[in-house]
Write a protein that binds this ligand. Structure first.
Ligand code: ZN
Length: 152
C-alpha cells in the first residue's frame, strides 16, 4: 500500500515541520561509517523523494555534518535533529530520514548500501544489498521494482 499523501514529518522539538507531496522513490539503509556517526546509530534510514516535492512548512533548517560542497545535511537549528539531505547540483531526489517522519512504520528499507562498513549484527529486511553504493545501472531497475511493490 502506498503511503497517504502528504507524508509529513518534523524534528524532535517540533520547531521544524516538513511535507512530501509525492510517493517515495526508494527506501535505503546506509551502513557507511559517516551515516553511523551522523545518526548515532548502526546505520541511517533514508527515503528518497522527488526533491521538488519536499518542502519545509514550519521553521527553518541549518546545515550540519561536514558541510561539503555537494552534500547539504539539514538539521533543526534548535534541537539539531538530522532531518534530510539535499545534493547539489540537484539530482532530482532528496533523502529524508525515516525516523523524522510522523509515521515511519511503512518505510522499511528496500536496499542496503555500504555493507562493507556495516556492523556485523546490524541487519534490515532490505531486498537488495550493496557493498558500497549501487552501480549506476542498478538504479533504473531498483526504482521500477520499488514502485511496483508500492502500488502492488
Ligand atoms: Zn527541533
Amino acid at each position: 500500500m502506498p503511503p497517504a499523501l502528504p507524508i509529513e514529518g518534523g524534528c524532535r522539538c517540533g520547531q521544524v515541520r516538513f511535507r512530501i507531496d509525492a510517493q517515495p522513490m526508494m527506501t535505503m539503509a546506509c551502513h557507511r561509517r559517516g551515516c553511523q556517526q551522523m545518526s548515532g546509530s548502526a546505520f541511517s534510514l533514508n527515503v528518497a523523494v522527488p526533491s521538488t516535492t519536499l518542502t519545509i512548512t514550519q521553521g527553518d533548517t541549518v546545515i550540519g555534518g561536514l558541510r561539503g560542497e555537494q552534500i547539504r545535511h539539514h538539521h533543526c537549528g534548535d534541537c539539531k535533529s538530522w532531518l534530510f539531505t539535499r545534493i547539489e547540483p540537484d539530482p532530482g531526489f532528496a533523502n529524508v530520514r525515516v525516523g523524522a517522519l510522523d509515521d515511519p512504520a511503512p518505510f522499511a528499507s528496500f536496499i542496503e548500501t555500504w555493507t562493507d562498513e556495516a556492523l556485523a549484527w546490524a541487519t534490515t529486511p532490505a531486498r537488495h544489498r550493496y557493498p558500497q553504493s549501487p552501480p549506476p545501472e542498478a538504479f533504473g531497475p531498483l526504482l521500477a521494482e520499488f514502485a511496483a511493490r508500492q502500488s502492488g
